[in-house]
Unconditional design. Structure first.
Ligand code: MN
Ligand code: MN
Length: 386
């Protein structure tokens, strides 16, 4: 009898023990996965608190933008406006609105074909033109040169500059927001600012910024492109709900390359900028080309156009830069307007590859922002009487 009881008791006890072990192990596992979840939640809330703190800190840093009592801030880009300058101005004016400032975008002149398309595709009206900046509250984007700004900028109240070029001639005595970065587009800086201030980008504004980054970086092929520009494109495309980014770039680029129905002078001054260095003023017009043959023909036409219009532009030196900037290739045909422009060019850039009687040819490119302007400025500073 006793034997029989023992015979059953041991397996029953073993079974009970196994159940107990299993029960405790199950509960321990459940508790540990619960605590892992709690830890994750805590980490997320800690990180978002940290993020909110940084966003707030960034907002505090611009709360004292020096707006004159009750006046609107006009956000404006350079003359001969391009897509980056116009779209950045619109997007940055919206950012200032979200931060509680009275701000509106303005343009400095009629829009080119590419920018017209960029606004149309985003569904945005063309901003009003600002003819005279004197006495106005101004936030400059995409430039800091009086020579590239609308009339009256010397007498404007400049409250900020957002740019990706060299420091220009604009100065202020008072405190100012000055944000410049060596990256591919002003629009990328605007995107970074939305992130830094913790502001939500709407679909339309994201569409504008996307077009601007594509345009200024030549779809990330431009020499000034950075990883920040590369990351901006998919992020902006998602918010803008643009699935075919390549298609958008192609449509914009086709407009930029189309000089259909334009006179030679209009082509020369389509993407033209003025500069001032060491008391010398000069202008450079960029002209887009597709191959060597077209470049030579365009260069000859630009030489004529400069001969006819040079005297009316009030500059000491002038150049046309006809460039092939497709598929990673970069060849620039630099056409000087007159003898003085030519001698400065040859002395400042003696390493050109070829001279064909009209153009000085740079087979690895002479980018206006990256090489041409810095090189001329250095040369003019070292040779003040040329
Ligand atoms: Mn620009
Ligand atoms: Mn730009």
């Amino acid at each position: 009898m006793e034997n029989k009881t023992n015979k059953y008791l041991i397996p029953v006890l073993c079974l009970l023990l196994a159940c107990l072990v299993g029960y405790f192990a199950y509960n321990a596992g459940k508790a540990s996965s619960e605590s892992a979840l709690n830890e994750k939640d805590e980490l997320i809330s800690e990180l978002s608190e940290k993020q909110e703190f940084l966003n707030q800190l960034n907002r505090y840093s611009v709360e004292r933008i020096g707006v004159e009592e009750g006046k609107t801030i006009y956000v404006i880009g350079h003359m001969n406006p391009d897509t980056d300058t116009v779209c950045s101005a619109i997007a940055y004016a919206r950012l200032l609105n979200m931060l509680g400032f009275k701000a509106e975008a303005r343009i400095s002149g009629p829009l080119n074909k590419e920018t017209t398309l960029a606004l149309k595709e985003a569904g945005v009206e063309t901003p009003e033109e600002l003819v005279d900046a004197s006495g106005e509250n101004i936030f400059l984007v995409d430039h800091s040169e009086y020579a590239q700004a609308v009339a009256g900028m010397e007498d404007a109240h400049i409250v900020g500059v957002l740019d990706h070029h060299g420091i220009g001639t604009v100065t202020t005595g008072h405190q100012v927001v000055y944000e410049a970065r060596p990256i591919g587009a002003t629009a990328t800086i605007v995107w970074l600012d939305y992130l830094n201030y913790g502001l939500e980008l709407d679909q339309v504004t994201a569409h504008l910024l996307l077009s601007a980054v594509l345009s200024d970086t030549l779809n990330l092929q431009g020499t000034t492109t950075t990883e920040a520009d590369r990351l901006a494109i998919p992020a902006l495309a998602q918010i803008a709900e643009v699935s075919d980014v390549e298609g958008l770039y192609k449509r914009l680029r086709t407009e930029a390359l189309s000089y259909e129905g334009m006179s030679d002078e209009e082509i020369l001054y389509y993407d033209y900028k003025n500069y001032e260095a060491s008391g010398v003023t000069y202008g450079i017009g960029l002209v887009n080309s597709i191959d060597e043959d077209t470049s030579k023909k365009l260069a000859a036409r630009m030489k004529e156009a400069m001969a006819e219009s040079f005297d009316t532009k009030g500059v000491d030196l002038m150049y046309a830069s006809v460039g092939i900037r497709e598929n990673g290739e970069k060849i620039d045909y630099i056409v000087p307007a007159n003898e003085r422009s030519e001698s400065v060019l040859k002395n400042a850039f003696p390493d050109y590859d070829e001279y064909d009687g009209t153009s000085y040819i740079f087979r690895s490119g002479l980018g206006r922002k990256t090489k041409f302007v810095p090189g001329l400025n250095d040369y003019l500073a070292a040779h003040p009487h040329e």
